[in-house]
Every structure is written in structure tokens, then in C-alpha cells.
Write a protein that binds this ligand. Structure first.
Ligand SMILES: Nc1ncnc2c1ncn2[C@@H]1O[C@H](COP(=O)(O)OP(=O)(O)OP(=O)(O)O)[C@@H](O)[C@H]1O
Ligand SMILES: [Mg+2]
Length: 287
């Protein structure tokens, strides 16, 4: 009896280990660098040997593909409509990073009927075996559609710049996430800082306000300095980590990737994989 229970526990553990960490990258304010971080962090994790999928669920200008220089022909909405399989929409980006475009699929999902959702959820379940990390590039703000993706996962990276307006908006989104998902693991990246000190000061300020009003803090993952290489790389449609591998930005992002990958508390958080994730997105979209 005990052996059986132990075997079952082992099986469950094995299943947990084989599901990817699904990490949503979001912000309060727009234009703070989510897409750049999503793309380059994904690539940094690939460089470390992880199997990574980047899912663009930005509803405005879905632009991870532009930064990457890849152009997916199909997106999630084709899968939801049953016209394409999930494998048809996966595009291979630089270094073997897999890219999935969300497109208008995010809106379509709210209108699915139960069986379509079930068929969709089953079809994506197979991806659990293929990836160690799934990075979601979301649009910014407290828009319901964006929030559904952010709240459907337990790991979030909030991006802010050191500007007071961006920090205030970051505070706003973090507060909402903690209110709805008290067990969320929320990390912070300060982008476009002019010095490490400025970034740290911004993170400390945010954490002290969070401590005071929400009684919680976020984990400071690190900073990315303001760097001309980034806009240049974007203009060239090349991720900075590939175009300028030894730039300060690339090294900062690699440091953030190492921190994230080595975070044992997050990686041991039970994660139920793609099917549960999309079921939660669906439920949240319909509230
Ligand atoms: N560290 C940086 N240094 C200099 N420029 C940067 C940096 N990070 C991002 N940028 C620039 O800032 C702009 C916005 O970046 P990005 O598109 O990644 O933001 P976003 O948060 O995804 O925006 P949106 O809210 O519209 O999705 C881009 O032009 C990008 O090149
Ligand atoms: Mg973006």
C-alpha cells in the first residue's frame, strides 16, 4: 500500500517536472520594454540549453515576431477555429527558439464553446513535453484580456522603467495580481535604467510601497540599462542578444535568465501545464 502511494507520488512529481514553467511578462505602463525582454530573455534561456517557446499574446501590435525578424503566417485563432494544428503555427526563430503568435485568438477564445475548448486544450497538451519554459509577451495595463493571461499563470515578471509614472502603474498591476492570486510569484525587472543604483532604488521604492499597502513584496530579478544597441537592433529586426552579444544589455539579460532559471522556489511550484493554463485563461475571460 505504502509502495503504491510512493509510486503514485513519484509519478505526480515526474509529471510536474515535465510541465514547462509558464511565465507572463507584463507591465502597468505600455512601452517599457516587455517585448524586448520577452524575446531576449527567451533567447538567453535557449543559450543556456533550455527548450523555450515564446507566445505572443499582445493584443495591440503583436510584435515579438517583428523584433525577432520572423513572420508567422498563422496564429492561435487558426488553431481555435480548427483550421490548423498547434504544430502548424509554431515558427522557428533564431537559435531554435519556438515562436507562437497569439493574434486575435485571444478574443476568439472567449467565444469558444465547451467542446472546442476541450479539443483545443487537448491539442496543446502535447506541448508540455516539448518545452522547459513558455514566455508570454503580454500587452500592458489592466485590460481584462491581458490580465486573463497574467492571472492564469503563477509566475509573472513585471517590467517597469525607473520613472515615477511607470512605477506607479507597476504598483497598480502588482496589487491587482496579488489580490486575485495571492500565491503568485511576482518578479520585477527595471528596464531603461541609467545606472544599476537607479534601478535598485526604483525596485526598493516599489517594494516599500507594496509592503506598506499590500503587505507583500516582489522579487527583484535585475535591471537592464538604457542602451542604444536595443533600438538599433530593433530597427535591424535582430534581437540584441544576437546582434550585440557582448553589450551590457545582453549580459544583463543573461544574468536575469540565470537568476530566473536558478530560482528553486519558482521551479518547484506545481504547474499543471498548457491545458490547465488555457482552461484558466478561458474561465477568466468569461468572468
Ligand atoms: N533597455 C533599453 N534601452 C533602450 N531602448 C529600449 C530598451 N528597452 C526597450 N527599448 C525601446 O523601447 C521601445 C519599447 O520597447 P518594447 O516594444 O519592448 O516595449 P513594450 O513594453 O513591449 O511596449 P508595448 O506596451 O507597446 O507592447 C522600443 O523602441 C525599444 O527599442
Ligand atoms: Mg510589446
Amino acid at each position: 500500500m505504502r509502495d503504491q502511494a510512493e509510486a503514485l507520488r513519484k509519478m505526480v512529481r515526474k509529471q510536474e517536472i515535465s510541465t514547462p514553467r509558464i511565465i507572463a511578462i507584463t507591465s502597468g505602463k505600455g512601452g517599457v520594454g516587455k517585448t524586448n525582454l520577452s524575446v531576449n530573455l527567451s533567447l538567453a534561456l535557449v543559450q543556456m540549453g533550455y527548450r523555450v517557446a515564446l507566445l505572443d499574446v499582445d493584443l495591440g501590435l503583436a510584435n515579438a515576431d517583428i523584433v525577432l525578424g520572423v513572420s508567422p503566417e498563422y496564429n492561435l485563432s487558426h488553431v481555435l477555429r480548427g483550421e490548423k494544428t498547434i504544430n502548424d503555427i509554431i515558427v522557428e526563430g533564431p537559435l531554435g527558439l519556438k515562436v507562437l503568435a497569439g493574434g486575435s485568438g485571444v478574443y476568439d477564445m472567449a467565444n469558444l464553446n465547451g467542446w472546442r475548448l476541450e479539443a483545443f486544450a487537448n491539442s496543446i497538451e502535447q506541448l508540455n513535453r516539448d518545452f522547459d519554459f513558455v514566455i508570454l509577451d503580454t500587452g500592458g495595463g489592466i485590460h481584462r484580456n491581458v490580465l486573463s493571461f497574467v492571472l492564469a499563470t503563477t509566475e509573472v515578471i513585471v517590467v517597469t522603467t525607473p520613472e515615477p509614472t511607470a512605477i506607479t502603474d507597476a504598483y497598480g498591476i502588482i496589487k491587482v495580481i496579488y489580490q486575485k492570486n495571492p500565491h503568485s510569484q511576482i518578479n520585477l525587472v527595471v528596464n531603461m535604467a541609467h545606472s544599476p543604483g537607479e534601478a535598485e532604488e526604483a525596485a526598493n521604492k516599489l517594494n516599500s510601497v507594496l509592503q506598506q499597502f499590500v503587505n507583500k513584496q516582489v522579487t527583484y530579478l535585475g535591471y537592464v540599462l538604457f542602451d542604444q544597441h536595443v533600438s538599433k537592433a530593433v530597427a535591424d529586426q535582430l534581437p540584441v542578444i544576437i546582434a550585440h552579444p557582448s553589450s551590457m544589455t545582453s549580459r544583463s539579460i543573461q544574468r536575469i535568465a540565470r537568476f530566473l532559471a536558478g530560482d528553486e522556489t519558482s521551479s518547484s511550484t506545481p504547474n499543471n501545464g498548457f491545458k490547465k493554463f488555457f482552461n484558466r485563461v478561458y474561465d477568466l475571460l468569461r468572468i
